[in-house]
Design a protein around this ligand. Structure first.
Ligand code: ATP
Ligand code: MG
Length: 459
């Protein structure tokens, strides 16, 4: 068993018992104990006191003992889990539906919880995650709250259409894949597709229907595919992820507008939200579309999770991976680069390559440094903006202070409605912050502002 499998297994136990996923420190303790380390060693590695680690361990063994119906402690943890895992495997082979551990059933895998009509349909579990990224659990930090939110929306609120939104590199794809790794057994079908690689809605539908369809059921042609797809979503508990959805939106127009050849997606997304079924479709996108929020939430289970940066301790874990010096500046570095894990990877690589691991040298530069890779990401975002949005960001970048709509009216040659729609579109790209005041004020992140000043103002 790999450490990732152990952590997933432990997470399932803890979640089933306490309704909460493992946090970072619990994972560190499990990993350490699995590798035969003492509490003292683990404490030193993660800069925590030994008593804190011991307490975390005590709570974990208590949870595991209660879940599994037998005494688990630090010394027998590994041998017990290995034995139970063997039992679990044989149980899966035998029934393909129960995960039994010891005397207690940890998780009943109910294929058709409410749908009595479909009970007699023979189905097998199907997964196609061939193009989803592999997440190394040991290098996945934080996001405990976001994983809980996803679980709550998908399992408790029965959300049928879920979107995960945010800036490029903020960790959307990684978060959703981590959620799948933790919950894959709870679905009959899990499929991951990337809209960058899909030619048309028609080809996506045909592909999905082939993958999900129940044995011997013929695939229908075009306009009936929609109905057939929705029918399958109601017969089986499917999780379908569509990544990089911004690829079906138009460039150089306001955010989240469908390209003419892709307008049918809008109908599909609405139908997924409005039709009664037991599945969930997750849309991952850098831009928010109307359908991702506008429907009546009371009536249609639809939710969106807008991802911000990693929290300080998770950002610092990424910096730590690069073994940089000047720890006193790490927090500053995480904040400057917005807790964006991809920006952090880029800047840490630059510090290694150019500044001999010394964060202080980067800080001493004074200016915000935008690496070539970050510039390319910002270029893509900038090129996707409408002319109105470009005018607005250029104006905001010139201002030393946060700006109001009135300020923009005075300084841009745009109508009020253009300014308001432009601001909304920038918010839907996660490039604009609004500051609540008597009078709402707007700002760009210092990093994006620096990019505009350096690379777009001269144009
Ligand atoms: N919680 C995390 N802990 C550690 N690294 C992370 C985390 N989330 C993301 N990363 C890393 O950050 C990088 C960017 O993540 P990811 O590809 O998920 O971003 P994204 O939001 O999907 O970006 P894009 O919109 O460009 O597809 C990846 O290298 C990933 O491994
Ligand atoms: Mg992504």
């Amino acid at each position: 068993m790999t450490i990732t499998e152990i952590l997933q297994f432990a997470d399932r136990l803890v979640f089933a018992h306490r309704g909460k996923h493992l946090d970072d420190i619990q994972e560190t303790v499990i990993k350490g104990v699995w590798q035969g380390k003492t509490y003292d060693n683990i404490a030193q590695e993660c800069n925590r006191s030994e008593s804190r680690i011991r307490d975390v361990g005590y709570q974990l063994w208590k949870t595991f003992s209660e879940s599994l119906g037998e005494e688990i402690n630090k010394s027998n943890f590994r041998s017990t889990i290995e034995r139970l895992q063997i039992q679990e495997k044989s149980s899966i082979c035998r029934t393909n539906c129960n995960f039994n551990f010891g005397s207690q059933t940890l998780y009943q895998y109910q294929k058709y919880p409410q749908d009595s009509q479909s009970k007699d349909i023979a189905k097998t579990t199907f997964q196609d995650l061939s193009i989803a990224p592999t997440i190394n659990h040991a290098y996945f930090y934080g996001r405990t709250k976001e994983l809980e939110i996803l679980s709550n929306y998908i399992f408790h609120q029965k959300t049928r259409l879920m979107s995960v939104l945010g800036l490029s590199g903020i960790g959307k794809t990684t978060l959703v894949k981590r959620f799948i790794d933790l919950n894959i057994q709870k679905f009959d079908v899990v499929i991951w597709r990337n809209l960058k690689l899909v030619k048309s809605l028609n080809s996506l539908m045909t592909d999905l229907l082939k993958k999900i369809s129940i044995e011997n059921q013929n695939i229908l042609i075009s306009d009936e595919q929609f109905t057939q797809f929705l029918d399958l979503l109601s017969r089986q508990k499917c999780l379908i992820v569509l990544d990089d959805v911004q690829n079906i939106f138009i460039s150089r127009k306001f955010a989240g507008q469908y390209q003419t050849q892709h307008t049918e997606y809008q109908n599909l997304f609405q139908a997924i939200a409005q039709t009664e079924h037991q599945s969930c479709v997750i849309l991952i996108s850098q831009e928010k579309a109307q359908e991702m929020t506008a429907l009546d939430r009371e009536l249609y289970p639809i939710q969106c999770l807008e991802l911000g940066g990693l929290d300080n301790s998770s950002g610092i874990e990424i910096i730590q991976e690069y073994k940089l010096q000047d720890r006193e500046y790490w927090l500053n570095l995480n904040n400057t680069y917005l807790g964006n894990p991809l920006y952090l990877q880029y800047i840490c690589t630059l510090i290694k390559d150019i500044f001999q691991d010394q964060v202080s040298q980067l800080i001493a530069e004074g200016n915000l440094i935008i690496t070539e890779e970050m510039k390319l990401l910002f270029d893509t975002s900038y090129q996707r903006m409408s002319d109105i949005e470009k005018q607005i960001v250029l104006k905001i970048s010139k201002s030393h202070e946060n700006v109001s709509i009135e300020d923009l009216k005075k300084s841009c040659s745009l109508s009020s409605i253009d300014i308001i729609n432009g601001l909304q579109s920038l918010k839907r790209r996660y490039l604009l912050n609004s500051i609540k005041n008597n009078n709402t004020l707007f700002s760009l992140s210092p990093l994006f502002k620096e990019y505009i000043k350096n690379f777009q103002m001269q144009n």
